[in-house]
Design a protein around this ligand. Structure first.
Ligand code: HEM
Length: 403
C-alpha cells in the first residue's frame, strides 16, 4: 500500500515515512490525499535531477493524466495547490522566464530597511491584541496573521483592499470545494481592483513595479501572479515563523540565549530549513515522456512531488554546526522555479520573531515541545498551535516609540 502523506500519523512522524520510503528507492508511490496518488522523490540527488532537467520534466499540471481522466476526486484537498492556474508556478521555458523575471526584478526593488519597519508595524497590532491577556497561541494569534498583512502593505493595498486580501488568503487555508472556490474568487476580485488602481495611480510598491516591468504583463497576468505571490508567501512564511518560535522557546539549546537576551534567531531559522522545511513536499513536476530517475521507472503525466524535507534529512547528520550558514538544503527548492523571495521571506520571518520576543519577554510554552501538534497535509510543515504564557504586557507602556 502506498504511504499516506496525510492524517495524524504522518503529521506526528513524517521523518519515519521519509526514512521508510528512502529504503525503497529514490522515488516511491504515495497518496497525497484519499485517491490522489503521486510519486514522491525522496533522494537528494534525484530531487536535483528533476528540478534541473527542464527538458524531461514540466511544471504544467494540465499534464496530470489521472486528473484529466476523472480518477482524482474533484474535492481532493491536494487540488488547492496542484490544479493548474495561469501563473509562473505552472509554466516552463521562456513563458516562465518572462513571468519569473517580472517577479524577481520587482522583489529586488524592496528596500530592506523599509521592509523591516513594515514587518514591525504589522506585528504590533497582534501583540497589542494578545499582550494584555498574558497568554496566546503564537500560531493563530501571530504567525498566521503577520505574513498576509506584510504582503498587503508591500503590494501597496489601500486599507479596505488589504483587509479583503488578508480575508481571502485566510479563507483559502484549510478550505476545500465550494468554500475554497469562493475564497479564491474573492481574492482574485480584490487583486483585480488593486491592479486597476495601480494602473491608474502607480505608487512605490510591488504591484506598481510589476506593472511597469518591461515584461509588460496584462492586467489578467498581473492578477494571476499576485495571487501566486500571496498564496506562495503566506503559509510557508507563517510555518517558518511558527517553527522558528517553537525551536527558540521549546529547545533547551536555545533557552539559555533567550534568558541572556542574545537570541540567535537566524541560527534557529536556518535549522528549521534543514529539519522542518516549511514547504516539506512540493515543487511538483510531470515527466513529459515515460522515463527513469536513478533507475526507477517514471510514467508520463504522474505528479512527481519533490520531498524537500526528505532530501534535507538524508543529506546531513544535522549537527547544528554543519547546519549553521550551510545553504545546501532544498527548502527553497532549486533550478528555475526556486523561491524568488528568499531574501524578503527571511527578513519577514526574522523581524517577526525578533519583534514578538522583544515585545513579550518571558514567553513560556505551556505544553512540552515534543507534544506540539502539526497541521495535517502533505505540503506544508506547520505547528498547529503554540500555546504560551507570559506576564501580561500593557500596550501603552510598550509601543509608544514605534507608532
Ligand atoms: C514573502 C514570502 C514569499 C513569497 C512572496 C514567495 C513567492 C514564491 C513564488 C512566486 C514562487 C514561484 C516561483 C516559480 O514557480 O517560478 C515560490 C516558489 C517557492 N517557494 Fe516561495 N515565497 C515566499 C516564502 C517562502 C518560504 C518561507 C518558503 C520556505 C522556506 C518558500 C519556499 C518555496 C519553494 C519550495 C518554492 C518552489 C515551488 C515549486 O516549484 O513548486 N517560499 N515562492
Amino acid at each position: 500500500m502506498a504511504a499516506r502523506l496525510y492524517g495524524p500519523d504522518f503529521a506526528a512522524r513524517p521523518e519515519a515515512t521519509y526514512q521508510a520510503l528512502r529504503a525503497l528507492g529514490p522515488v516511491a508511490w504515495v497518496e497525497l490525499a484519499p485517491a490522489t496518488p503521486a510519486l514522491l522523490v525522496v533522494d537528494y540527488s534525484a530531487c536535483l535531477e528533476v528540478l534541473r532537467d527542464t527538458g524531461r520534466f514540466s511544471k504544467d499540471s494540465r499534464r496530470w493524466q489521472a486528473l484529466n481522466q476523472g480518477h482524482v476526486p474533484h474535492d481532493s484537498p491536494a487540488l488547492a495547490l496542484m490544479a493548474w492556474r495561469p501563473s509562473a508556478l505552472f509554466t516552463d521555458g521562456p513563458e516562465h522566464a518572462r513571468l519569473y523575471t517580472a517577479i524577481t526584478d520587482s522583489l529586488n526593488q524592496l528596500d530592506p530597511h523599509e521592509l523591516h519597519d513594515t514587518v514591525i508595524a504589522c506585528c504590533e497590532p497582534q501583540v497589542e491584541e494578545f499582550g494584555p491577556r498574558g497568554r496566546a497561541d503564537l500560531v493563530t494569534d501571530f504567525a498566521l496573521q503577520v505574513p498576509g498583512r506584510v504582503l498587503a502593505r508591500l503590494f501597496g493595498c489601500p486599507n479596505d483592499v488589504g483587509t479583503r486580501m488578508v480575508r481571502g488568503v485566510n479563507g483559502l487555508i484549510d478550505a476545500t470545494g465550494a468554500e475554497a472556490q469562493a475564497a479564491s474568487q474573492d481574492l482574485s476580485a480584490c487583486l483585480s481592483d488593486l491592479v486597476a488602481l495601480k494602473r491608474d495611480r502607480p505608487g512605490d510598491d510591488l504591484t506598481s513595479w510589476m506593472l511597469q516591468h518591461p515584461a509588460a504583463l496584462s492586467d489578467q497576468e498581473m492578477v494571476d501572479q499576485l495571487v501566486l505571490l500571496v498564496g506562495a508567501g503566506t503559509v510557508p512564511t507563517a510555518s517558518w515563523i511558527a517553527s522558528g518560535l517553537k525551536l527558540l522557546l521549546g529547545d533547551p539549546r536555545f533557552a539559555g540565549s533567550l534568558k541572556r537576551g542574545t537570541v540567535p534567531v537566524q541560527v534557529a531559522l536556518d535549522e528549521v530549513l534543514w529539519r522542518n522545511a516549511p514547504m516539506a513536499n512540493f515543487s511538483i513536476h510531470y515527466a513529459v515522456e515515460p522515463t527513469t530517475i536513478a533507475g526507477t521507472s517514471v510514467p508520463a503525466g504522474v505528479p512527481l512531488v519533490i520531498s524537500h524535507a526528505s532530501a534535507n534529512l538524508q543529506t546531513h547528520h544535522l549537527h547544528s554546526d554543519a547546519i549553521a550558514h550551510n545553504r545546501a538544503h532544498l527548502a527553497w527548492s532549486a533550478g528555475p522555479h526556486a523561491c524568488p523571495a528568499q531574501d524578503p521571506a527571511t527578513a519577514i520571518a526574522k523581524t517577526a520573531i525578533e519583534t514578538v520576543l522583544d515585545r513579550v519577554p518571558g514567553m513560556r510554552l505551556t505544553m512540552r515541545d515534543e507534544d506540539v501538534p502539526y497541521r495535517p497535509g502533505p505540503f506544508h510543515r506547520t505547528p498547529a498551535s503554540l500555546p504560551v504564557k507570559f506576564d501580561p504586557v500593557q500596550p501603552s507602556a510598550r509601543f509608544g516609540d514605534h507608532r
